[in-house]
Design a protein around this ligand. Structure first.
Ligand code: ARG
Length: 483
């Protein structure tokens, strides 16, 4: 590298100052190419175009209400915003090199269309309150959409649970067979976790429902603006109370990215189980062809790629969260350009979770189960050990003693001294009645306590699961714009 190369930056092309930036008044030179290349956010913040336009329309209507725009100016700007919206929707909007972000692009175009009136759009507004407003509107729509999709996944799990009837499989601790559980119980276990995810998203939606518009760059305005009016116009529950907080608060993004990471972790756990269940070793589930992949070399292969990616992509969801929290840490009041780094992790997490939920929902809804293999794995005699101990407890034996008695029979069985059923039958403390507990399919029916893995408890659980779904759907109806 010669010296000239090192000083490449000094030879950057500079754009002319006028007509390139919103702040050119104070500058004699225009921005360098490298500055634009490094600071631009347009490639990813374009997706907020409709939210930016919604925020601008509310701002313009407010400016007219308080007398900062006359009716003609208001109508000219609103018509231009409308025209920009149509260009954006049809894909005909022409971006130019100096469009730094979606906000500058839209304001530039509004001014081109509306002429002099367009110059009043940014009255008593900064991109700092503008971007925070647009991002909150984006979150309200998109997080609501994720929640709706999660409810669909919970419904798919319930449908499969109902279809599974009284099929059972081994329940595991430490991935060692522990006690038989109903397949329906197992499937709904994941559904309850998703229910907490929905409720977390609902909480986040309620907390982020605050309009920052009117906070200006950081301190509000000397002009008679009406933040409460714009908040109401945009459908926010309330307006900000502190302008510094309004423009610098990204808690809502961090919270959303956490909620999405938590969803990703739940999906990853489901993914891991399905990787196991579809393996030759387990053979518990078969994937529909539409939700499995083949191998380019091994003709016999049918691979669970959706489940694997649900597991694999949870890593980046966690990365998005830790990256964002690191960005926010240590930022002084109020807006700092660092905050532009809030968007990519948020957008990526929403996109990835949306794709994952759709693919996993389809995979689960179309899969079939080999209930024979599941039952065979769960019918191992030793799976009844706890039921045998509880049989003794019902007769008054202290549990610790019962545990030791049954443990000794399991040990004898493992040492080849007879089947567990025979050993139990021959023990007068246990006998023929207890030996019945070792028979296939008996154990799972014993788990009748509330929330337990047997049929009676499961039937009650289906009712509470349905109530959870109805509650979620009712809540989302009030929070999510049905359009
Ligand atoms: N693209 C910027 C962001 O996402 C918009 C705000 C820019 N504000 C500023 N003062 N430069 O944060």
């Amino acid at each position: 590298m010669d010296l000239d190369d090192e000083h490449e930056f000094a030879r950057d092309a500079h754009l002319p100052p006028q007509a390139t930036t919103l702040w050119h008044g104070r500058f004699t030179g225009g921005p360098s190419e490298s500055l634009l290349a490094y600071t631009v956010s347009l490639p990813y913040d374009q997706r907020m175009w409709s939210d930016d336009i919604a925020g601008s329309c509310a701002h313009v209507r407010m400016l007219a209400r308080v007398g900062l725009l006359d009716g003609a100016e208001r109508d000219a700007i609103l018509a231009a915003l409308d025209a920009v919206g149509a260009e954006m929707a049809s894909g005909s909007f022409a971006f130019v090199e100096s469009d730094e972000d979606i906000h500058t692009a839209i304001e530039r175009r509004v001014t081109e269309i509306a002429g002099a009136a367009g110059g009043k759009l940014h009255t008593a507004r900064s991109r700092n309150d503008q971007v925070a407003t647009a991002l909150r509107l984006w979150c309200k729509r998109e997080l609501g959409d994720v929640a709706v999709r999660l409810v669909e996944m919970q419904e798919a799990l319930l449908d499969q649970a109902i279809g599974a009837g009284d099929a059972y499989l081994p329940g595991y601790t430490h991935l060692q067979r522990a006690q038989p559980v109903l397949l329906s119980h197992h499937l709904m276990a994941h559904g309850w976790a998703l229910g907490r995810d929905v409720s977390r998203l609902v909480d986040a939606l309620r907390r982020l429902d605050v309009s920052p518009l009117g906070a200006g760059a950081l301190a509000g305005s000397s002009l008679p603006i009406d933040p409460v009016g714009t908040a109401r116009d945009l459908g926010f529950a309330k307006a900000f109370d502190n302008s510094l907080d309004a423009v610098s608060d990204r808690d809502f993004v961090a919270e959303a990215v956490f909620d999405l990471a938590m969803i990703g972790i739940h999906l990853s756990r489901i993914g891991e189980e399905w990787v196991l269940w579809t393996s030759g070793e387990f053979g518990f589930a078969r994937l529909d062809d539409g939700y499995a992949t083949g191998s380019s070399m091994l003709p016999q292969k049918k691979n669970p790629d959706i489940a694997e990616l649900a597991r694999g992509k949870s890593g980046r969801l966690i990365g998005n969260l830790t990256g964002l929290l690191s960005t926010l840490k240590g930022l002084p009041m109020a807006y700092n350009r660092d905050l532009q780094e809030d968007k990519e992790p948020l957008f990526d997490s929403v996109e990835q979770v949306t794709l994952a939920v759709a693919a996993l929902t389809g995979m689960i809804a179309t899969a079939t189960f080999d209930t024979g293999r599941m039952a065979a794995a769960a019918d191992e005699e030793s799976m009844a050990a706890t039921d045998l101990a509880e049989f003794l407890v019902r007769g008054g034996t202290p549990f610790r003693e019962a545990h030791a008695i049954v443990g000794a029979h399991v040990q004898a069985n493992l040492a080849g001294k007879g089947s567990l059923a025979d050993l139990v039958r021959a023990d007068e403390r246990l006998g023929a009645e207890a030996a019945e507990l070792v028979r296939p399919g008996v154990g799972v029916r014993m788990r009748s306590s509330r929330g337990g893995a047997g049929p009676a408890a499961r039937d009650a659980q289906i009712e509470s699961y349905r109530a959870m779904l109805a509650d979620e759907i009712g809540t989302l109806r009030t929070l999510v714009d049905p359009g």
